[in-house]
Design a protein around this ligand. Structure first.
Ligand SMILES: Nc1ncnc2c1ncn2[C@@H]1O[C@H](COP(=O)(O)OP(=O)(O)OP(=O)(O)O)[C@@H](O)[C@H]1O
Ligand SMILES: [Mg+2]
Length: 423
């Protein structure tokens, strides 16, 4: 291996000639000369080191390849005709191992075909032997300049790609945020629509109840009068049926009013576990007739909540009633109560048939029912009460194996006082 340092040989034009600097390190470029002819190696080394380049030389491809490993040349000047590994093979290997090292090949005269093959294999240029010194330097400088531009270009392309990637990630994040916010907006809108529906219902209910309950009272009164003067058992049975149906209409109207208008309520420290237990007790006759197993679990200290016990009872009785109705004979009604420092949560689960997916958006709507004798007011009422306590209710799970409703009530929420939908 022979090396020559920059500036060892300075010719008369050296003031005006400066070695091409490497773009990244701002130092004179390193050039490796590989040629089996010592005279060529020496001559080339003198010419290019006089221009300020760092030069190293090797006598064959194997030595050149080893030297490249440590010397890391920006440019290799290599002879095509060499003993051992030929120039074409060495060129390919060099380009493959060190893609940032550019190669200029020396070829003999009359070997244009070879020159084409060399260019195809990745040579940046080829110089015919014997060469002119000035021409050699110019070609070297041109190749180094092209190399600088190409590498810079590659760097910029990589930078561009990473910027594009960053922009793509931002876009994705932005899209996700927009989607999330649209979803929140949609939910808020749904809630507004729902409470508007309830408010409208309130006005309608108040008017309707007033208009219907008066004549209903009269009907009930007249039927009772008729009842007293009738002996025929068949007619008596009919009159009783009429009275029963009148009562049913009256009950429905009362429920409608309950849903629409908040009755008088009184807040106190309520033991929610106690409320649940007495609500479950009131269903004992039904659960034992229908052989429904009731499982109640409560964890933590006695869960106290500032609330109206009658309203809390309404929440649970409606949920239990729905669950029991869905299960028919047999099944399991599960109630789980637990709390953390913020919320008190109750899970009400059943082993019924589940809520069909298409009904899910409507179950809290007033009048939505799938039962022949249902009013569809149960869950609307539950939702109104839960909202008054700044809580939330949702279907946590539903499917063929049953349904789970989740009710969550904040422990220290400020009570809403303007709850009535009608004045
Ligand atoms: N646990 C449940 N399992 C399956 N479906 C349910 C359950 N709870 C409610 N639903 C569905 O939601 C509908 C609305 O319930 P909601 O309590 O509001 O009215 P309802 O039970 O039909 O009538 P009412 O409460 O007046 O008896 C029910 O008709 C039913 O289709
Ligand atoms: Mg119901």
């Amino acid at each position: 291996m022979e090396t020559a340092n920059a500036g060892q040989q300075v010719d008369c034009c050296s003031f005006f000639r400066v070695a091409m600097l490497t773009a990244s390190e701002n130092i004179p470029a390193r050039i490796l000369v590989i040629d089996d002819e010592k005279s060529v190696r020496d001559l080339v080394s003198i010419i290019i080191s006089s221009r300020g380049y760092h030069v190293a030389s090797a006598q064959d491809a194997m030595e050149g390849m080893q030297l490249a490993e440590t010397f890391r040349p920006e440019l290799v000047l290599m002879d095509y005709m060499m003993p051992g590994v030929d120039g074409l093979t060495a060129l390919k290997e060099m380009r493959c191992r060190y893609p940032e090292t550019y190669v200029v090949m020396f070829t003999g005269k009359g070997s244009e075909e070879i020159a084409v093959a060399l260019m195809k294999a990745g040579a940046s240029d080829y110089i015919l032997k014997p060469f002119n010194n000035q021409n050699l330097l110019e070609r070297i400088e041109t190749v180094l300049r092209i190399r600088g531009v190409e590498l810079k270009n590659r760097e910029l392309m990589a930078e561009r790609e990473s910027l594009l990637e960053e922009i793509r990630a931002w876009n994705l994040e932005l899209e996700e945020r927009i989607q999330k916010e649209s979803e929140e907006l949609r939910k808020a809108h749904e809630e507004v629509v729902h409470s508007q529906k309830l408010a409208t219902l309130g006005y309608l209910a108040a008017g309707m109840a007033h208009e219907i309950r008066n004549p209903l009272n009269s009907i009930s009164l007249f039927v009772q009068l008729l009842h007293e003067g009738v002996d025929d058992p068949e007619k008596l049975e009919y009159l009783e049926k009429v009275l029963k149906e009148v009562d049913r209409i009256d009950a429905t109207l009362r429920k409608l009013l309950d849903t629409a208008k908040r009755p008088m309520y009184e807040l106190s420290e309520v033991d929610v576990e106690q409320v649940i237990r007495s609500a479950l007790d009131s269903f004992k006759p039904q659960t034992s007739v229908h052989r429904i197993v009731v499982e109640f679990t409560s964890s933590g200290p006695p869960p106290l909540l500032k609330a109206d016990p009658a309203e809390l009872t309404q929440i649970f009785t409606n949920l239990f009633l729905n669950a029991i109705h869905e299960m028919g004979d047999g099944g399991r009604l599960g109630v789980e109560l637990y709390q953390d420092d913020k919320d008190l949560t109750v899970l009400v689960s059943d082993t019924g048939k589940g809520i069909p997916r298409e009904n899910l958006p409507s179950i809290f709507d007033p009048f939505f029912t799938t039962k022949s004798r249902g009013t569809g007011m149960g869950l609307a009422l539950v939702l109104r009460i839960v909202k008054n306590y700044k809580g939330r209710i949702e279907v946590a799970r539903t499917g063929e194996s049953g349904t789970v409703f989740l009710v969550s009530l904040p422990i220290r929420a400020e009570q809403e006082n303007d709850a009535p939908f009608v004045g």
